[in-house]
Design a protein around this ligand. Structure first.
Ligand code: NAD
Ligand code: TYD
Length: 343
């Protein structure tokens, strides 16, 4: 199967930009249009070395704008939409949830409408958070009920279900991947692994929520990209596929790997007030994706270590971000939590 012209929404964000880079390297016949609103998390510089390539172009736009999405698809003769565009951070969704519904639910709905009108295939990027937090003896499988618990997860679950509803009602050719916690290059430093890595490099406190025994499957973004590729090329239309390593660790174990990789002291760790409604454990079974011939290149430890090294080697990428509007968010989210925790 080949795709001539892809509309990659959210292609300037963390996973989207890694996907664009991966796809251009492995599918030289494709043209890619990145469609991105360039929110705080969307950064053109994530693809700085590729904008000169005639196979890549950028449309700055909002996925909730039906006319603009339709125009971009028609002008560029799009045959596949890959939807990464979203508000993505759970803590931001606790502070200001409404934009999560606008972009993640209504935005995905608009993409579905355009895909229906123009007869396009749509691949939607969902998350393991739609399953909610799960008990210790279970791994989520694709047929499990969705039970989201944060405004972010609820908006992603609504989008996931809209995509499935369009497949059933309109026979729209869709596929969905549900990704685990991704780590790797160009992840905005609000998320745990880049936040802890950059704080450690700067010698700043590492704010671990609660007891730090929550469990996550930290998967390398490279493996998410190859998982999406496997589903695009060999997945069954209408189906959902989990993408992760299938192995989880506690946040304290993740912190240990970050600190060891960066040769930093444990004294930086502070246990701070927990996140509201904090999901205790995510864990997915990824056998369905493996059956397509996919396997991850990185185990979770290597993934976290590799990500921490990238932040050590790429200060020029994150230093301007951390000194800008990120500061305001950081103060709001952590100042009170960290006050009085100094060792
Ligand atoms: P990100 O926050 O780094 O990037 C999101 C991108 O979407 C940015 O480029 C932003 O500008 C763009 N965007 C936001 N609102 C938009 C709008 N209304 N219209 C157009 N563009 C808009 O996110 P990410 O971590 O790369 O996540 C990408 C996708 O993968 C999301 O759908 C997310 O839910 C999903 N996902 C993420 C993870 C993870 O660990 N990061 C895990 C599983 C699934
Ligand atoms: P995060 O990267 O925000 O991803 P998600 O909430 O989507 O899993 O957080 C990963 C884990 O790290 C999660 O259990 C919350 C925890 N965490 C902290 O302990 N401290 C922090 O400052 C952040 C941002 C996250």
């Amino acid at each position: 199967m080949t795709f001539n012209n892809l509309l990659v929404t959210g292609g300037c964000g963390f996973i989207g930009s890694n996907f664009v880079r991966y796809w251009m390297a492995h599918h030289p016949e494709s043209h890619i249009v990145v469609y991105d609103k360039l929110t705080y998390a969307g950064r053109q510089e994530n693809l700085a070395d590729l904008w000169e390539d005639s196979r890549l172009s950028l449309v700055v736009g909002d996925i909730t704008d039906l006319d603009a999405v339709r125009r971009a698809c028609q002008e560029h003769q799009i045959d596949l939409i890959v939807n990464f565009a979203a508000e993505t951070h759970v803590d931001q969704s606790i502070l200001g949830p409404l934009v999560f519904t606008d972009t993640n639910v209504r935005g995905t709905h608009v993409l579905l409408e355009v895909a229906r009108e123009l007869g396009l295939r749509l691949h939607h990027i969902s998350t393991d958070e739609v399953y909610g937090h799960i008990r210790d003896d279970h791994q989520s499988v694709e047929t499990d009920e969705l039970a989201p618990r944060s405004p972010y997860a609820a908006s992603k679950a609504a989008a996931d279900q809209l995509v499935q509803a369009y497949a059933i009602t309109y026979d729209l050719p869709v596929t969905i991947t549900r990704g685990a916690n991704n780590v790797g290059p160009y992840q905005y430093p609000e998320k745990a692994v880049p936040l802890f890595s950059t704080n450690a490099i700067l010698g700043e406190a590492i704010p671990v929520y609660g007891d730090g025994l929550q469990m996550r499957d930290y998967a390398h973004v490279y493996d998410h990209c190859t998982g999406i590729e496997a589903v695009l090329l060999r997945g069954e239309i209408g189906e959902v596929y989990n993408v992760g390593t299938g192995r989880e660790m506690t946040n304290l174990e993740m912190v240990d790997i970050v600190l060891e990789t960066l040769s930093k002291s444990h004294d930086l760790v502070r246990h701070v007030t927990d996140r509201a409604g904090h999901d205790r454990r995510y864990s997915m079974n990824v056998d369905k994706l493996r059956a397509l011939g996919w396997q991850p290149r990185y185990d979770p430890k290597e993934a976290v270590a590799e990500a921490a090294r990238w932040y050590a080697d790429n200060r020029s990428w994150w230093e301007p971000i951390r000194s800008g509007e990120f500061r305001e968010y950081y103060e709001r989210q952590y100042a009170e939590r960290l006050a009085g925790t100094a060792q």
